[in-house]
Design a protein around this ligand. Structure first.
Ligand code: COI
Length: 354
């Protein structure tokens, strides 16, 4: 890994009010950049003042969407340590996304070192108030100026960082979710398992329609039969049905969430009955009619744990746990955030000290 060049910002920005952080609106003083050129590989790592990028209007990312991203968080512990949560998992997943989008692989250890180096420069930006963190957004875009449809021969890898509070205004309070029965997010053989920009842009229309109906997000069903549950807009989804926690199995069209993986580890260690399997929306509806749908919650880096208090599917309204946060959702939230911010022992070795 070549040395990282550092160009400090000459005008540091004021820090935002930690009690009022809107997700992804404020950015730290610096950003990380790395170039890729065919024949040369990834080169010229640098930390520079945060600011606009200049790209050729023919840069391939604008035309064919060859772009991927990651999301991870750093936390400030009570004793002022900075803890990064499972960055190795993001590095691995980024290469899975790279492979699907024909973007060259990146060294996973270098990825973690670049993230740590940028946090180190902007350490003062890691917030300390309850429920806050520094959200880190690494991303890659195709920058070769060319209108031919093929893999780009030039890329930029960038990392930007934003101090954040809760992703949903509801925080740990249950959200209302609408089951999407018209649009689909992904199909097998497509890009559903990759963290690519196109998966999110194609979901915006459904999300907007859901927002108009008063819902925080949509729950996607499978693209073929419109029958099986996949994931929520920006989260994986779990249900507790008659004492067992279930989540859709990774089938090629669902994102392998880092929080999803962490939740599964906790459930297994706590001895809570759990399975990853195909789950139909009909099964969820029937469980709710029989009083067996005990909890539902989304999991994601940005959202952490987001309990679902109400699900709407066609003409049906399913109230879950009387709209209150369930016991398991709360326990998982407390445990994961407790490990992340150093209040609980990290027996899994998930935290990386910066
Ligand atoms: C994350 O949870 O990190 C995500 O990437 C979801 C997002 C699109 C806000």
């Amino acid at each position: 890994m070549s040395a990282i060049r550092f160009e400090p910002s000459s005008s540091l920005k004021p820090k935002p009010d930690e009690s009022n952080l809107e997700f992804g609106k404020t950015f730290t003083d610096h950003m990380f950049l790395l170039d890729y050129t065919e024949g040369k590989g990834w080169h010229d790592p640098r930390i520079v003042p945060y600011g606009p990028l200049t790209l050729d209007p023919a840069a391939m990312v604008f035309h064919y969407g060859q772009a991927i991203f990651e999301g991870l968080k750093a936390f400030r512990s009570k004793d002022n340590k900075i803890l990064l949560f499972r960055p190795d998992k993001n590095a691995q997943r980024m290469n899975v996304s790279n492979d699907r989008l024909s973007i060259p692989e990146m060294d996973e250890e270098a990825f973690v070192e670049y993230v740590k180096a940028l946090i180190n420069v902007d350490r003062d930006w890691v917030p300390s108030a309850e429920g806050t963190s520094l959200y880190i957004r690494p991303f890659i875009m195709a920058v070769e100026p060319c209108l031919g449809v093929r893999a780009s021969k030039q890329y930029v890898f960038a990392i930007i960082m934003s101090p954040v509070g809760a992703y949903y205004k509801e925080g740990i309070h249950p959200v209302k979710i609408s089951v999407e029965s018209h649009y689909v997010r992904a199909v097998r053989g497509g890009t559903g398992f990759a963290k690519t920009a196109g998966n999110y842009s194609s979901g915006i229309k459904a999300q907007e329609e859901a927002k108009h109906g008063g819902f925080a997000q949509v729950l996607w069903l499978d693209g073929k039969e419109h029958a099986y549950i996949e994931e929520v807009g920006s989260m994986n989804i779990f249900f507790k049905i008659d004492g067992e926690v279930v989540t859709p199995e990774l089938n090629g069209s669902i994102l392998a969430g880092v929080t999803r993986d962490s939740v599964i580890r906790l459930l297994n260690d706590w001895g809570i009955p759990f399975s990853e399997r195909r789950i139909s929306i009909q099964e969820i509806y029937e469980a709710s009619q029989q009083g067996k749908l005990e909890e539902a919650f989304g999991t994601g880096t940005a959202a952490v744990i987001s309990p679902v208090g109400e699900l709407h599917w066609l003409e049906h309204t399913m109230k879950i746990n009387e709209g209150r946060t369930g016991e398991i959702s709360q326990k998982i939230y407390d445990t994961i955030t407790g490990i992340q911010n150093g209040k609980l022992e990290d027996s899994y070795g998930w935290n990386v000290l910066v």
